[in-house]
Design a protein around this ligand. Structure first.
Ligand code: ZN
Length: 266
């Protein structure tokens, strides 16, 4: 499949807004432009990372205040690896229950806006690196969860599915199925590959989109970040608190919180 070439000079505008240089007139222009693109679009694809969920109180894997600020003997990357899950399931589930199951978290302004767009028929799909299920909780149905979901858990032996509440409330250290098999959360751990159907669904949606909004991700997580290369539509927009390696390739870049930007749009 062909991937998107570098920006074409005749049709690309890059407006970079930085938090430390607030210029109201530039900001207003950028929002106006983005609103116009959204109004014209009927196939928006939203690609979201951890920054979409932080406003719902879910810590970013990689933030200092998130999972790193913790009381475990191993770094999160090691705990959340396939090898660790197999070798030290008690430690894995202690961490997982404590840090990865924010079941009372609620969708924020970004999730709610995306749900509106799907209802209006403007949104072709959401591709997400998050595993919290908040897009579905907000009402979205077309969601490609690249890294799986804490809402699905299955028995490694017989395949029976279990709810996240079952994992949270299980009386022993490692949740077990009624058949005796160990239950594994359907999340993609380090060393594990992404689900082929999810990836091809995401690639298809991205390659057919006319507007792509990448948000809340530094685009440093591969292979997920490479999916952006399949976009061949008109406008590529990036919303992120900090600068990313892809800023210069986008048509519009807004350095701000995702919920703040999306809630200002209709
Ligand atoms: Zn079983």
């Amino acid at each position: 499949m062909k991937t998107r070439k570098k920006p074409l000079f005749r049709s690309r505008i890059t407006v970079i807004l930085r938090n430390d240089r607030p210029k109201d007139e530039v900001k207003a222009m950028a929002y106006e432009l983005l609103q116009q693109w959204i109004d014209e679009s009927s196939r928006i694809v939203f690609f979201g990372g951890a920054g979409v969920s932080t406003e719902s109180g879910i810590p970013d894997f990689r933030s200092v205040d998130g999972l790193y600020n913790q009381k475990y003997d191993y770094p999160p990357e090691q705990i959340l690896s396939h090898t660790f899950f197999v070798r030290k399931p008690e430690e894995f589930f202690r961490f997982y229950r404590d840090k990865m199951l924010p079941l009372d978290a609620e969708p924020n302004a970004a999730h709610r806006k995306l749900a509106e767009w799907e209802k209006e028929g403007k949104l072709a799909g959401i591709v997400t690196q998050n595993i919290d299920g908040l897009h579905q909780k907000a009402g979205n149905r077309k969601v490609f969860e690249l890294h799986g979901s804490v809402h699905r858990n299955y028995c490694e032996k017989c395949g029976k599915f279990y709810t996240p509440e079952f994992i949270r409330d299980y009386p022993g250290p490692v949740p077990k199925c009624e058949c005796g098999g160990r239950i594994k959360p359907d999340v993609v751990l380090y060393e594990e590959g992404l689900d082929n159907d999810v990836v091809s669904g995401a690639v298809h949606a991205i390659s057919k989109a006319d507007l792509m909004i990448v948000a809340g991700t530094s685009l440093t997580v591969y292979p997920a970040a490479g999916l952006v290369r399949y976009f061949r539509g008109k406008h590529l927009v990036l919303i992120n608190r900090d600068a990313t390696p892809m800023d210069s390739e986008c048509d519009l870049v807004i350095h701000d919180k995702v919920g703040v930007v999306l809630s200002a749009l209709t």
